[in-house]
Design a protein around this ligand. Sequence first.
Ligand SMILES: NC(=O)c1ccc[n+]([C@@H]2O[C@H](COP(=O)([O-])OP(=O)(O)OC[C@H]3O[C@@H](n4cnc5c(N)ncnc54)[C@H](OP(=O)(O)O)[C@@H]3O)[C@@H](O)[C@H]2O)c1
Length: 267
Amino acid sequence: MSLKGKHALITGSSRGIGRGIALKLAENGVKVAIHYVHNEAAAKDTLEKVRKRGSDGFIVQADVTKPEDIKAMFRKVADEFGELDIFVSNARPEAEAFFQPPMDITLEQWDTAFDSQAKAFLIGVREATPLMKNGGKILAITYAEGSRTGGLQPWVGMGSAKAALESLVRYFGVALAKRGITVNAISPGWTEDSVLNSLPQQVQDLITNWHVRGWTPMGRLGTPADVADVVGLFCSDDAGWITGQVIYADGGASLMNPGVPTEIQIG
Ligand SMILES: NC(=O)c1ccc[n+]([C@@H]2O[C@H](COP(=O)([O-])OP(=O)(O)OC[C@H]3O[C@@H](n4cnc5c(N)ncnc54)[C@H](OP(=O)(O)O)[C@@H]3O)[C@@H](O)[C@H]2O)c1
């Protein structure tokens, strides 16, 4: 698949899944705006890797919980690229900024979750589309398990914010359909080389073993490259008839039945 000559902005592409998406698009000839909030060194390193793959781009700093920062980020994209073909809304604050159960979460933590997901996407799409032509691709990276379940109690802020993000994907899908711009969400399962690595080792091991033992039918965690491959598919012209959808990219984990032990389900 060649996306040569196209321009992309990927929020949160200094690290993790966002970095994987930036590198995959670069391999396909896309010029990439690498976005970060604090970790400039990591953003520069991603840009270096983009250049090693024969493409180019620039780095841009913005706190996506701040509307003015988002607008300034798009001004830089307009100055550097003059146009935009692909916008991936991927950034998510560190867990301590929002990770509290429903009876304890502060309004500030709640706002951080919603501002970084739903409001950032609302503003981002409205800033991105004036730069886009027919055929533009907008993608949101969600975690749809958090939108539809309630067990992981401290996820309440982010789960609710991702649910609002997924709802916005549907509304923007309709709003931008006549312009030929598609809007979709990709929902990865637990992914290596991401926020997972920042969790205590015991938690990492528990999550990894649970998925390898059977919760993910494909028997492993995902990788940023797995998610990036799906982004690549959606950026192809052949995906132009799909809009407003939330697509799981999780090795089948979302197919499992939480009411039945995995050992019984997978035989
Ligand atoms: N990891 C998983 O297993 C998993 C599973 C399902 C869905 N997801 C989704 O995938 C996306 C990426 O997750 P990840 O685990 O790869 O992320 P990550 O490794 O924790 O990286 C987070 C990225 O977001 C940026 N960021 C953090 N706070 C920000 C803010 N206030 N404003 C702007 N940028 C900010 C960070 O920039 P700095 O480097 O500058 O800090 C970094 O680039 C998220 O939307 C997440 O919900 C992840």
